[in-house]
Ligand binder design. Structure first.
Ligand SMILES: [Zn+2]
Ligand SMILES: [Zn+2]
Length: 239
């Protein structure tokens, strides 16, 4: 099959790789219909991780179930599914307590809990920027979607972007009408151009939403307060 592989800093390529196959009874093979390029992929592409050469990237995937292992009973061949980016086993202590992103079983790297598709340190699972994807513990991990191909661009947000943002908003206790600040770490030199491009796109979204970044335009005492906060605790207050 064709898959997108990491070849080194600022270099990826679509190459032929072996088709994934059922390796464990709880596995499923998904035919990918949509996969996203995540901002997190830039950390690997721009050389801020130790991702191994030839890794197949892609952790935001959806598709149709092509094949299931003998131990899979909830998910059926032909199901249209979203594939959440983190991989849990469903039965370890952390998964049972709802912390499946820190599954104790799915990452064989010593001292690292939690696994994901196509990502540095979250190995050994290839990603879904490919024609097919192997999904471990398919009954636990896959989210069934309505059949057909409607709302593909909406459903593709379910694998990471939408639930990650929603979960973050819930953890922060954000409510409608709250004034909030989004903070991000400034990237180092080599990443300058993509970050500036992303910044321009975000500026357009901000304009349409009527918001503006801290420190932009006229003097903003709240922005000053955030920027000069050493502990970051000021950012948690509501203004
Ligand atoms: Zn992502
Ligand atoms: Zn687990």
């Amino acid at each position: 099959m064709k898959a997108l592989r990491y070849k080194g800093p600022f270099s990826v390529a679509v190459e032929d790789v072996p088709d994934p196959r059922i390796e464990q009874p709880a596995d499923a093979i998904i035919r990918i219909t949509t996969t996203n390029i995540c901002g997190s992929d830039l950390h690997m592409y721009e050389d801020r991780t130790n991702v191994e050469q030839d890794k197949v990237l892609g952790h935001e995937n959806m598709g149709v179930v092509q094949e299931v292992g003998a131990g899979v009973d909830r998910i059926k061949v032909g199901d249209r599914v979203s594939v959440p980016f983190n991989i849990g086993c469903g039965t370890c202590k952390n998964c049972l307590e709802g912390w499946s992103s820190f599954c104790l079983r799915t990452n064989p790297n010593e001292g690292v809990d939690g696994a994901a598709y196509g990502y540095a340190q979250m190995c050994p699972y290839p990603g879904g920027q490919a024609e097919y994807l192997r999904v471990p513990y398919a009954d636990f991990n896959l989210l069934e979607l309505p059949p057909g191909d409607d709302f593909e661009r909406d459903f593709t947000m379910l694998s990471d972007i939408f639930p990650t943002g929603y979960h973050g908003a819930e953890l922060a206790g954000v409510r409608t009408g709250d004034r909030v600040a989004g903070l991000r770490r400034r990237s180092r030199g080599a990443a300058g151009r993509p970050q500036r491009d992303a910044g321009r796109r975000r500026s357009g979204v901000r304009r349409r939403q009527g918001s503006r970044p801290p420190g932009a335009g006229r003097k903003d005492r709240h922005a000053d307060r955030l920027q000069h906060s050493r502990s970051g605790r000021a950012a948690a207050g509501r203004h």
